[in-house]
Design a binder for this molecule. Structure first.
Ligand code: ES4
Ligand code: ZN
Length: 324
C-alpha cells in the first residue's frame, strides 16, 4: 500500500507555502537576514512547537514568516517544497500563499510573488512539477485590506489562478468578504474558501460559502456531513473538498477518516492534502498513509481520492486528460 501511495502520480490542492517552512530553513533564513526570532538552533524551533488548536498554530506560523525577507527567500521556500513533493511523485500543485502575512511587516507584494513564480517555473522545468498559484486573504484582517491586495494582484493576474480565504475563521464569516470575492470573480479568478473543521457557526458559514460567494471549491468542509442540504448542494454542484487528515489531527485530535469515508460514500469529491506539512510533520504521502494506518483505506479508495484531486483541480480539461 505504501508503494501504491508513493507510485501514484498525485495532485495537491491545499498546501500553504508558508506552511512548508521547515525549521532548518526558518533558522537559516533568519540568520542570513539577521533577524532574531529568539531561537538558538533549528532544534529549539521544533521544541517550541505546541499546536493544539488553530490559534496556537497560527501565532507560530506568522512569527516564523518574519524570516522571509527577499525574493530569493520566497524562491527558496517554494522550490524546497517542490523538491520535497517531486520525490513523492506529486506532479501537480495548486499552492496557497498569504501576501498579507508579508506586506503587513513591510515586504512588498512584488517581492513575494516574483520569488514564488520563479520557483514555479524552475520546478516545472527541472522537477516536472506543474503548479498554479492561489492567493489567500487573511479573514481576521479587514475586507478593505483584502480589496487592496486584490488590487495589488491584478498586474500579476496571469500568475494567479484563484483566490482563497484562510486564517482564523472564528467570527470572520464568508459574508465579510462577499464584495472582495465578487470582484475577484469578475477579474477572472477561481474562488475557494476555508471551511474549517468544527468551527463556530460552521454550517451557516458553509451555506454562505455556497449561496452568497458561490465558490468553485471548498477547503476542508468536513462539516458538510452535518446537514443533508449541504451534502446535496455540494454534490449537485460537483464541488471538490480539500481535506487535510494530519492537520485535522492537530486541530480536532482526529484524522477524520470516518468522515472522509462517509463523504466518499455520499459521492462527494473529497481530496487529500497536507495543509502545513512542515509544521504538522506530514507531506502528502504521509497524509494518505494516515488513512491506511488508522482505518485501512483500500487501494480503490486511495485511487479515487487521488483521481478526485485531478478532477476538481483548476487545470483545463485538456490538461486534466493528460494526467488522468
Ligand atoms: C492554516 Cl491550518 C490553517 N487554518 C487556517 N488558516 C491557515 N493558514 C495556514 N494554515
Ligand atoms: Zn489550510
Amino acid at each position: 500500500m505504501t508503494d501504491l501511495i508513493q507510485q501514484l502520480p498525485k495532485a495537491e490542492l491545499h498546501v500553504h507555502l508558508e506552511g512548508t517552512f521547515e525549521p532548518e530553513h526558518i533558522y537559516q533564513m533568519a540568520q542570513r537576514n539577521s533577524i532574531d526570532l529568539g531561537y538558538e538552533s533549528p532544534q529549539a524551533i521544533v521544541e517550541a512547537y505546541d499546536f493544539h488548536d488553530l490559534p496556537s498554530f497560527l501565532s507560530f506560523y506568522y512569527a516564523a514568516m518574519n524570516a522571509l525577507q527577499t525574493e530569493q527567500d520566497f524562491y527558496d521556500l517554494t522550490y524546497a517544497y517542490f523538491e520535497k513533493v517531486a520525490a513523492e511523485n506529486v506532479v501537480y500543485v495548486e499552492p496557497f500563499f498569504d501576501p498579507q502575512g508579508h506586506t503587513s511587516r513591510g515586504v512588498a507584494f512584488d517581492t513575494v510573488i516574483r520569488g514564488i513564480h520563479r520557483a514555479q517555473l524552475d520546478a516545472e522545468k527541472q522537477l516536472g512539477v506543474q503548479s498554479n498559484l492561489i492567493m489567500c486573504f487573511l479573514r481576521d484582517m479587514s475586507a478593505d485590506s483584502a480589496l487592496e491586495h486584490l488590487q495589488m494582484a491584478l498586474p500579476y493576474k496571469d500568475w494567479i489562478i484563484g483566490v482563497g480565504l484562510d486564517s482564523d475563521e472564528k467570527d470572520n464569516p464568508p459574508s465579510k468578504f462577499a464584495e472582495v470575492f465578487e470582484r475577484a470573480r469578475a477579474a477572472g479568478f477561481k474562488l475557494t474558501m476555508h471551511c474549517d473543521v468544527n468551527q463556530k457557526d460552521i454550517v451557516e458559514h458553509m451555506h454562505e460559502t455556497l449561496d452568497l460567494i458561490a465558490v468553485d471549491r471548498i477547503d476542508h468542509g468536513i462539516n458538510s456531513l452535518d446537514d443533508p442540504a449541504l451534502i446535496h448542494k455540494i454534490k449537485s454542484l460537483g464541488l471538490g473538498l480539500t481535506v487535510c487528515p494530519v492537520s485535522n489531527h492537530f486541530v480536532v485530535q482526529s484524522y477524520t477518516t470516518s468522515e472522509i469515508r462517509a463523504m466518499l460514500k455520499h459521492g462527494l469529491k473529497v481530496t487529500i492534502n497536507s495543509d502545513d506539512p512542515a509544521y504538522f510533520g506530514a507531506y502528502l504521502n504521509d497524509n494518505f498513509r494516515a488513512l491506511v494506518n488508522e482505518a485501512a483505506f483500500s487501494s480503490a479508495e486511495i485511487a479515487t481520492l487521488v483521481k478526485n484531486a485531478f478532477e476538481v483541480s483548476w487545470l483545463s480539461d485538456a490538461e486534466k486528460t493528460s494526467y488522468l
